[in-house]
Design a protein around this ligand. Structure first.
Ligand SMILES: O=c1ccn([C@@H]2O[C@H](COP(=O)(O)O)[C@@H](O)[C@H]2O)c(=O)[nH]1
Length: 277
């Protein structure tokens, strides 16, 4: 999906919601456990309930890897089920020396070589340009680089001073701009870091930002939207647990719909105002 196609989806659906498919088999509603593939049955119901409200889906790969070969099968079926008008994110946080990154890229971007066919992957920037470029070698695919993450430990390294009034996450954003433009590169910024969004927008005015951390982690959609929205939309705000596990009964998909609808309705208001600090 291109930059303009993603932006158009946001304005058509009046939403910049990304539904995180962090599907934990231990949290599935009991009645799904007799399904041949309970994880896929759950994801299919969540996708059916939210597809008109979301512009992106983000399976967190850990939840599937932890299930062994069955997990990869559930992931493949889920990816195939996501509607074509939705952007797909492999939240895998990969990155290694070049030849290894090349194989990670193949695993997530190249269905002709037994890989999956995601639109994008999250990548850790710590190993530098040669760990990131192999992902960018895949035309039309996106890299989403960790910049300022939502967790408390983000301060340990990401906020270290790297220059006069510059912190490491800012150096990452500046350097990454020399690798690819906003049409191929996004940044992860936690919703819990909304105070820093104005600074980040100054460095990356046109980039899409993937913003996890509303819902279960307590980030504010209002603050993120006020500081992060751009004329193209420019945000993908992720919620996982607050949508997936809104209920663990037979009504789980309806409750997931309600949670997603509440976020989408709020997003539509912010898009209408179009405000940005
Ligand atoms: O900084 C980051 C980067 C990634 N994540 C991931 O997003 C979801 C958030 O899940 P919630 O249940 O909505 O809290 C999850 O997959 C994380 O691994 C993040 O939270 N923060």
């Amino acid at each position: 999906m291109t930059y303009n196609e993603l932006s158009n989806q946001i304005f058509q659906k009046q939403s910049y919601l990304c539904v995180g498919l962090d599907t934990d088999p231990r949290k599935l509603p009991h009645h799904l456990l007799s399904e041949p593939d309970p994880v896929f049955a759950f994801n299919r119901a969540i996708i059916d309930a939210t597809a008109n409200l979301a512009v992106a889906y983000k399976p967190n790969i850990a939840f599937y890897e932890a299930q062994g070969p069955r997990g990869w099968e559930s992931l493949q079926k889920t990816l195939d089920y996501i509607p074509a008008d939705c952007f797909t994110i492999a939240d895998a946080k990969r990155g290694d020396i070049g030849n290894t990154s090349g194989l990670y890229a193949r695993a997530f971007f190249d269905p002709t070589a037994a890989g999956l066919n995601f639109d994008s992957i999250t990548v850790a920037p710590y190993m530098g340009h040669d760990s990131v470029m192999p992902f960018l070698d895949y035309a039309g695919k996106w890299v989403i680089l960790l910049a300022l993450t939502s967790n408390p430990g983000s301060a340990d390294f990401q906020r270290l001073a790297t220059g006069d009034k510059e912190e490491l996450f800012e150096a990452v954003i500046k350097r990454a701009h020399t690798w690819a433009g906003p049409d191929r590169l996004m940044f992860v910024v936690g919703a819990t870091q909304a105070d820093e969004l104005s600074r980040i927008r100054a460095l990356a005015p046109d980039s899409f930002l993937l913003v996890p951390g509303v819902g279960a982690q307590g980030g504010s959609l209002a603050d993120v939207s006020r500081r992060g929205l751009t004329a193209a939309g420019g945000l993908l705000v992720n919620a996982s647990r607050s949508i997936l596990y809104a209920s663990n009964g037979t009504d789980f998909a309806d409750r997931a719909h309600d949670e997603a609808k509440a976020l989408q309705a709020e997003m539509a208001e912010y898009l209408a105002v179009g405000n940005r600090q």
